[in-house]
Design a protein around this ligand. Structure first.
Ligand SMILES: *Cc1c(COP(=O)(O)O)cnc(C)c1O
Length: 399
């Protein structure tokens, strides 16, 4: 949570600009706002960091996924290939836009593999919602090949990978649309916020209107604006955007620092038998937010986690048993338990969610333990973490 660690004077200054005018709304009110436009500035900063042609800030990463799907033309009845390892918001966004999730296998990159996508394609497949997990990136060269071969729409949920890239291009920009989360746990935070990005002007215009009841945001009289499409309220407020702006400015420095920490830890730990790391398709493009360690198998990882807990080692995630990040715990999704009927209830699920087998994903996530990398770590803290990890792992190996 590097952004959260660094909250300070810069964030307070940006928030204060908004408090001075009291214009908390991102649109209109030209005469009262003293030229303070934090949502616009936040979007400009995200364009600067990513190289995106268009960026549109909204209320959360989840609503950014919803905007990305809608703007890309993904909707009711469309089969969308998704991974079983992601924050559950990706899957909710697919279900709530009326589409039908089809789960495919991930690989050692922690993301959907080209092979996994290929095997999940049916005549009804419309899109792939690719998730770049744990700060890293998918194998974009291979994935773009499958997507283009089968004429699929690619939407990227880079919720956890703002600042990451593949061969010099930011993740989120490979698909028709993409998005980032700025919730409290991400590399940079708005408190709550998200940003949808695209290189396609029409997709941007759809997202802009979709996130604000269809408003086209042309002219100074909000009540008299045209509404090219129906939408809903996914707007970000100026205070959240102000924090996002200050935080996004820090991201290039955070990425640099975190990668130094990750490299240091990786070097020290790779000398240790029994520890390996998630595959990084482009090491130079890592956002460096997680040290993603693999153990021999699920049983071994489980024992190490138990030992970490016994030894008081903190700061790691064991996603395999996490309620929100891995399909094994998603009983509500597999049972399609919702407050009210969705299109999938009428159309039927394209897969038997209770019985499908995702052996590769089970194996990969079962072996994975991820430590969140802190930007403020000192060398002593890094050394102490290496000592703690190796001590616990050794204890398990000897037993
Ligand atoms: C965090 C996250 C989201 C949701 O973002 P919020 O801002 O919490 O709504 C979506 N997708 C992924 C992959 C995430 O990690």
């Amino acid at each position: 949570m590097p952004g959260t660690e660094l909250f300070g004077a810069e964030e307070r200054k940006e928030v204060n600009d908004v408090l001075e005018t009291g214009i908390l709304f991102r649109y209109n009110h030209e005469n009262q706002r003293n030229n303070i436009w934090k949502a616009r500035d936040f979007e400009a900063e995200v364009r600067k960091v990513t190289g995106a042609e268009y960026a549109h800030a909204v209320s959360s990463g989840s609503t950014a996924v919803a905007c990305a799907l809608a703007a890309a033309g993904v909707g009711a009845g469309d089969e969308v290939i998704i991974p079983p390892f992601t924050y559950v918001a990706s899957n909710e966004a697919v279900l709530f836009c009326g589409a039908l999730p089809v789960f495919a296998e991930i690989d050692e990159t922690l993301c959907l593999s080209a092979e996994g996508i290929r095997k999940a394609i049916t005549p009804k497949t419309k899109a792939v919602l690719l998730v770049h997990m744990c700060g890293q990136m998918a194998r974009m060269d291979e994935i773009m090949k499958v997507v283009q071969e089968h004429n699929l729409i690619l939407v990227e949920d880079a919720g956890q990978a703002f600042g990451a890239s593949f061969q010099g291009k930011a993740v989120g920009l490979f698909g028709k649309t993409g998005c980032y989360s700025f919730d409290f746990f991400k590399i940079a935070t708005c408190g709550e916020g998200g940003v949808m990005v695209t290189q396609d002007k029409q997709c941007y215009l759809y997202a802009d209107s979709y996130s604000d009841h269809g408003h086209d945001h042309i002219g100074g009289n909000r009540g008299m604006e045209s509404h090219p499409i129906l939408g809903f309220n996914y707007r970000i407020g100026e205070i959240n955007a102000a924090i996002g702006l200050a935080q996004t400015r820090r991201v290039p420095m955070i990425v640099k620092k975190n990668n130094e920490h990750k490299l240091y830890l990786t070097k020290a730990l790779s000398a240790f038998p029994g520890i390996s790391f998630a595959a990084l398709p482009d090491p130079a493009g890592d956002s460096g937010t997680f040290l993603n360690m693999f153990f021999e198998d699920t049983a071994m990882a489980g024992k190490v986690v138990k030992q970490f807990n016994a030894d008081g080692v903190t700061g790691f995630n064991y996603w395999y048993t996490n309620m929100y990040h891995f399909i094994n715990q998603w009983d509500h999704l597999k049972g399609l338990k919702t407050a009210a009927k969705l299109p999938i209830h009428l159309l039927g699920a394209p897969q038997d969610y209770q019985k499908m087998s995702l052996a590769k994903s089970q194996e990969v996530v079962g072996r994975l333990v991820s430590f969140g990398i802190r930007v403020t770590w000192t060398k002593d803290e890094l050394d102490s973490l290496v000592a703690k990890i190796t001590k616990s792992v050794k204890a398990v190996q000897i037993a």
